[in-house]
Design a protein around this ligand. Structure first.
Ligand SMILES: NC(=O)C1=CN([C@@H]2O[C@H](COP(=O)(O)OP(=O)(O)OC[C@H]3O[C@@H](n4cnc5c(N)ncnc54)[C@H](OP(=O)(O)O)[C@@H]3O)[C@@H](O)[C@H]2O)[C@@H](O)CC1
Ligand SMILES: Nc1ncnc2c1ncn2[C@@H]1O[C@H](COP(=O)(O)OP(=O)(O)O)[C@@H](O)[C@H]1O
Ligand SMILES: [K+]
Length: 455
């Protein structure tokens, strides 16, 4: 995922900031860059609207003072309302550079068409006071455009949890790296568009937003096996494996085979049905088990005797019982919240922490699904999906994802990269398919999603 936008925790961000300071960049310089970037992004997004900037006592507020100065310089009418005096040296410096008035934030504060929230960022320790929540909510409702500095105030940066109620923002301008809250629910859905500004800190990380996949172009001498053979194992509910198999075929697998004890209606004739499970066929690029497996744990047991890469979804996850069974399996598991808890129990920490712990415990790539899907590998890589449309919450869309991952794995991407590529394409296919889509429409949209990628 080289090139994808990095994601850093608060501790990592502080370390990166310190490294820049140790290398000779003053914190005021970093703040100047952050505030200038905030001003530029707000201006590009909203134009010359009258602005109200809310500033807090820390460096998030400092960024707000800097942004105010830059916007005023460009002739934008700017007012500042402060929650209190700046406490940090850098914020005091930024306050001193601002030559305009500073109002005291109160119930009487008048709104403006553009609201910039620079109350709290990564340093938030507890929820905002009730009265501040009320004022922020009113000012956000009365504004036409709402912009958050670094992250919406009230959001815990590392977990995406709301420590107090948070209004919806249209734009969030963040600095150096994205933070987990930009991609973890519920905060992920409050940020609006997330713009990342470079402020000159080195933000390399094993955590990143899942960006557009880079798929190797099809070779002119490709044949069906080199494009990838997906072998799917059916169970008691053939409709689910049919969705997964069709999704694998539409995602570019050269050959999709379903082994089933009874014929499945409605499968495209390009998908071969067999009554034998030739799971040790060396040509298999990825085995797919779980969708519609039902109460047939012997299908899973058989899959686990094969050493080919595999995707284990749905009932397959439920029947695993112990994450240790995944070790050495070269597996990708795709649990939703309920399946995750059944397999891994109730783990501590944020969704990011839980996903990584699950990957460590099992040795598998874990695709932890939901409105904020994350993909974890046991080497510490963690991918955070872009918010996908909520209309994905529809029966069978998980089966489609499992098939897409199997196709990506069969074309020889490593497990983590295959899962990330499929999650990205699945989200885009859902956008293309639109709000009234069903799982079949999602499959039909896969070619258009793939056409967004150079492949
Ligand atoms: N990293 C970087 O490279 C760069 C980061 N930059 C910026 O710095 C931001 C982080 O700044 P920060 O650490 O000063 O924290 P910030 O979010 O302003 O708040 C801390 C203050 O709030 C207070 N406080 C906390 N919770 C509270 C509550 N509920 N209600 C009331 N008070 C509360 C807390 O006081 P406490 O009560 O804890 O003593 C403290 O005074 C970051 O988000 C980014 O915008 C840029 O400048 C460029 C470089
Ligand atoms: N509210 C939501 N917003 C975005 N994506 C969602 C939402 N709810 C579910 N999804 C996605 O839809 C898919 C549903 O998968 P799953 O729960 O396994 O459903 P099924 O078993 O019916 O196929 C997953 O990819 C999940 O991430
Ligand atoms: K903020």
């Amino acid at each position: 995922m080289t090139g994808d936008r990095p994601i850093l925790t608060t501790a990592q961000m502080i370390a990166a900031e310190q490294e820049a300071i140790d290398a000779g960049t003053a914190v005021e310089t970093l703040m100047e860059r952050a505030g200038a970037a905030l001003a530029e992004a707000a201006y590009l997004y909203a134009g010359k609207m009258p602005i109200l900037i809310l500033v807090g006592p820390g460096n998030n507020g400092g960024d707000g003072y800097v942004a105010a100065r830059h916007l005023a310089k460009h002739g934008v009418p700017v007012r500042i309302a402060a929650l209190g005096e700046p406490k940090s040296d850098a914020a005091k410096w930024a306050r001193d550079q601002w030559e305009g008035d500073v109002e005291t934030l109160s119930e009487e504060t008048k709104s403006a068409p553009l609201l910039i929230d620079a109350l709290f960022g990564t340093g938030l320790k507890r929820g905002l006071e009730d009265i501040v929540v009320l004022i922020l909510s009113r000012l956000a409702t009365e504004a036409h455009v709402r912009v958050a500095c670094d992250l919406p105030s009230g959001v815990q940066s590392d977990s995406g949890v709301e420590l107090s109620p948070v209004p919806d923002f249209d734009l969030t301008v963040t600095f150096g790296a994205l933070k987990p809250c930009h991609r973890l629910f519920p905060a992920s859905h409050k940020c609006g568009r997330v713009v990342l500004a470079d402020i000159g800190v080195d933000a390399t990380s094993a955590w990143a937003e899942i960006g557009q996949p880079r798929l190797a172009p099809l070779k002119p001498d490709a044949h069906k096996y080199s494009r990838g053979l997906v072998h799917a194992l059916a169970g008691t509910m053939p409709g689910a494996i049919a969705l997964a198999a069709k999704a694998a075929a539409r995602s570019g697998a050269g050959y999709v085979r379903v082994s089933t004890s009874r014929s499945i209606d409605g499968l495209p004739s390009a998908i071969v049905q067999t009554d034998t499970a030739e799971i040790n066929d060396q040509r298999i690029g990825c085995l797919l088990v779980g969708p519609g497996m039902g109460n047939l744990p012997q299908v899973l047991t058989m899959a686990l005797t094969s050493h080919v890469p595999k995707v284990i979804d749905a009932d397959g996850i439920t029947h695993l019982g112990d994450p240790e069974r995944l070790r050495g399996q070269n597996a990708i598991v795709t649990p939703h919240e309920g399946e995750f808890q059944r397999l891994f129990g109730r783990l501590e920490g944020s969704k990011a922490d839980r996903a990584l712990e699950a990957a460590r415990r099992s040795g598998a790539v874990v695709v932890y699904k939901g409105p904020d899907t994350v993909v974890a590998a046991d080497d510490g890589r963690l991918g955070f999906a872009l918010p996908a449309p909520a209309w994905l919450a529809s029966a069978g869309t998980g089966d489609v994802l499992a098939g897409m991952i199997a196709a990506m794995r069969a074309r020889a991407l490593d497990g983590f990269e295959a899962a990330c590529a499929a999650v990205w394409l699945h989200g885009r296919a859902a956008e293309i398919a639109g709000p009234s889509m069903i799982a079949d429409d999602l499959i039909a949209a896969i070619p258009k999603a793939l056409s967004l990628v150079d492949a």
